[in-house]
Design a protein around this ligand. Structure first.
Ligand code: HEC
Length: 125
């Protein structure tokens, strides 16, 4: 049921947007989305990040809000972290658990990693 509602929302979103945007034919639906929205989709969809990261509370992993706050304060780069190019700064003691996800995130295109970053950072404004 949730899926249907979500699909409808996404569809209505695109149908409104198309009128104001040129359709280049080759651009995929995803590239027309705002990064934060695409990020949310990946976070809750193929990235399955939500199983360990909830917006406000620490579960298996730190809360998204806490990660966002620290990355903003320290000027960290979530894209680099997800490509395993930078060290953990939030909870290095639990890094091993997070590391298992790099098999997925390292194969995501840069655009999708940036979207994930935009989505996560949107929790700290
Ligand atoms: C199996 C549970 C699990 C899943 C699934 C998971 N994470 Fe994590 N994540 C963790 C844990 C535990 C930490 C704390 C260790 C750390 O800070 O590296 C963490 C930390 C992080 C951090 C902070 C890194 C830092 O600098 O310390 C980011 C950013 C992050 N996760 C993003 C993601 C994204 C994006 C996804 C989905 C692609 C994801 N995580 C999926 C468990 C998970």
């Amino acid at each position: 049921m949730k899926k249907i509602v979500f699909t409808l929302i996404v569809l209505s979103f695109f149908s409104c947007k198309k009128e104001s945007q040129e359709n280049f034919g080759t651009t995929t639906e995803a590239t027309k989305q705002k990064p934060e929205e695409l990020g949310k989709e990946i976070f809750e969809g193929k990235g399955v990040c939500y199983t360990c990261h909830k917006p406000e509370v620490k579960t298996v992993g730190p809360a998204i809000k806490d990660i966002a706050k620290l990355y903003k304060e320290k000027g960290g780069n979530i894209v680099a972290f997800l490509q395993e190019k930078s060290e953990p700064i939030v909870d290095p003691s639990q890094y091993e658990t997070m590391k298992t996800n790099f098999a997925v995130t390292k194969n995501l295109p840069e655009e999708e990693l940036k979207a994930l970053e935009a989505y996560m950072l949107s929790f700290s404004k």
